[in-house]
Design a protein around this ligand. Structure first.
Ligand code: GRF
Length: 203
């Protein structure tokens, strides 16, 4: 039998992507265990969802640290005690230091609510609407020191409708996120994708 892979999920808020991953892992019987959910906000809704699912939760509150470097060091220490094979950023809204990112090179994924490299950063749906693109979407990528960039693992597209609002467009994109992110994580866990020399390779 293959060894179970260990996943740590990082969240900051609502946790709907985390929830989609928890559900898919259980429903599809992934050879993986979500060993912890770590959050930088003590009040985040997602923490309750994780503990209801019987998953260990840890809060590393960024407000308790003087600067990014000390926060990232505390975060890395919290992550490493669970010895994960993969770190999953699921709505984790902190800019990470290069040192932190390098530590998890090739074993950290993120989801971003746009078709990267378009619209990095925040407010992606309003950026999409004001730019007039006809196609928008979501991207799963390996995390590199370059914020919201990094080798692309998966994308899903959503057509922009004439009467779309930030909310309506965002909810269709979110639906796609909930489908491509679990799939990409499963591909990683089962060894179908990896990062080699800065590129995603499929085996
Ligand atoms: C998602 O849109 C994700 O792409 C972005 O932040 C949002 C988090 O939502 N990075 P949730 O916490 O997963 O519900």
């Amino acid at each position: 039998m293959r060894a179970m892979k260990r996943l740590v999920i990082l969240i900051s808020g609502r946790g709907s992507n985390m929830q989609a991953i928890i559900r898919a892992a259980a429903a599809e019987q992934w050879p993986a265990q979500i060993v912890a959910v770590i959050c930088n906000r003590p009040q985040a809704k997602g923490l309750q969802i994780a503990s209801d699912a019987g998953i260990a939760t840890v809060v590393v509150d960024h407000q308790s640290y003087a600067d990014r470097a000390t926060f990232d060091a505390a975060l890395a220490a919290a992550i490493d005690q669970f010895a994960p094979d993969l770190v999953v950023l699921a709505g984790f809204l902190r800019i990470l230091t290069t040192e932190f990112v390098s530590r998890y090179q090739g074993r950290m994924l993120n989801i971003h609510p746009s078709l990267l490299p378009s619209f990095p950063g925040l407010a992606t749906h309003s950026q999409a609407l004001s730019s007039g693109v006809k196609v928008h979407g979501a991207t799963v990528h390996f995390v590199t020191p370059d914020l919201d960039h990094g080798p692309i693992v998966a994308q899903a597209t959503v057509a922009v409708e004439e009467n779309d609002t930030e909310a309506s467009l965002g909810s269709r994109v979110l639906e796609q996120e909930h489908s491509i992110y679990p799939q990409a994580i499963r591909d990683f866990i089962e060894g179908r994708i990896a990062l080699e020399n800065g590129q995603v390779v499929r085996t």
